[in-house]
Design a binder for this molecule. Structure first.
Ligand code: PNS
Length: 151
């Protein structure tokens, strides 16, 4: 089975790293898809987000980090994904993801699978990390140690 884990990853967090680890154990191949976001101004350029995710994924032989632009449904077809995989932290995530899953099913016939976020990581998000970075807060514990020097 081929899975695609998409996101902005601006920057990747410990929550993302946990999903990558657990999803990689469930499939033959896991693509981590980094959105080249033309609408949203990202803090980190796509090349840097890809580099961070490659460091995080280096220990898993079946994980490949790719960048995509445009529709996720098209990326799923391009990379032959049997399913998309997302992490769910709370009911707000679920509401949003449920709608996206319907759209992606309609566009590409692709299923969306969910992993429940580790309970110790439900408050961690890329936006919280960006806020901490903006005010020189300590992000250790919220992002994987291997990418701290890139932040
Ligand atoms: O980490 P994020 O920002 O929550 O990830 C969101 C992502 C990349 C999964 C979502 O923005 C996405 O799928 N973008 C691609 C455009 C698309 O297919 N949109 C849905 C149909 S309108």
């Amino acid at each position: 089975m081929i899975l695609l884990f998409p996101g902005s990853f601006d920057p990747p967090t410990c929550g993302h790293a946990d999903i990558i680890k657990r999803a990689s154990q469930l499939c033959d191949k896991l693509y981590v898809g980094v959105l080249v976001n033309i609408k949203k101004q990202c803090l980190y350029p796509v090349e840097k987000r890809v580099e961070m995710l490659r460091r995080i994924s280096a220990v898993y032989s079946n994980v490949e980090v790719i960048a995509f632009d445009g529709l996720l449904a098209d990326a799923a077809k391009k990379f032959g994904a049997d399913a998309l995989i997302k992490g769910l932290r709370n009911s707000a995530d679920y509401q949003y993801e449920r709608d996206m899953a319907q759209i992606n099913m309609a566009l590409a016939g692709v299923e969306t699978l969910y992993l429940q976020a580790d309970q110790s990581r439900t408050a961690v998000s890329s936006s919280v990390v960006r806020e901490l970075l903006a005010f020189n807060g300590d992000v250790a514990g919220f992002v994987p140690e291997c990418i701290i020097d890139l932040l």
